[in-house]
Design a protein. Sequence first.
Length: 283
Amino acid sequence: MTNGHESARSARRTELAAFLRAQRARLRPVDVGLPEDFESGRRTPGLRREEVAQLSGVSVTWYTWLEQGRNISASEQVIDALARALLLDSDQRRHLRSLSGFATTSGETHVGEVLPRLQRLVDAAAPNIASIYDVHLDYLVWNTPYARIRNDPAKLPDDRRNLLWMMFTDTENRARMVRWEPAARALLSQFRAAVGRRPDDPRFVTLVAALTDASPHFREWWGEYPVRDFRSATIKLDHPQIGRLDLELFQLRPADHPDLLMVLQVPASQDDLRRLTSLLGRP
């Protein structure tokens, strides 16, 4: 096991070294604010190692070892400084952090720019129930089946248009769910993990405080500190118009916006699909 881990770390260091060399080679001195005469007399294109070291605030020896794939450690701050020195874009920066063993940050989607496209996506998923959320689990878009079968987020106040608010404070939703508690606990566990990754996020702070005041169940379970990633599940509804409805739950993330979450609720059987579509066909 140790040899396998060391082999993996060695392969990562080799890949990191190759990546740094390639990024250094693509830059000219003028790209990073150095005078044009710095380019004279160079036998190979790109910045020199000492220039990258100076720009990122590290020693030439240490940076050379890094490019040689040696077994040395680098702090997160130094890796981010290298990313700035090498003028990496967001994709390259994530790749550098990943090769260095640090969590990658995808950046937060500017939702106003993508809402029409996301709306078309959830509409195309009909008759399946579809909705998309931001990193705080605030509703972004949802389709007609979601509004008809689950709830209509448009009826909620803007600051409460959130999946946690719906799950823990909407009495109609709770009455429809045959097994509300397991579903609510599972959702809270995912939310708790998300908050842990960004504990100082103002929106998270506001949500937690408000839900703690509004819901005794949220307050009690939050104190237990549950953390669990999504597990595939089937939720069971007792809908007042069409009766029992079983829905398989799926979570997906758009590759170009991995901070967003799409949730699909798919009829578990042909009979469930028939009853769902019958409701959608009514006025």
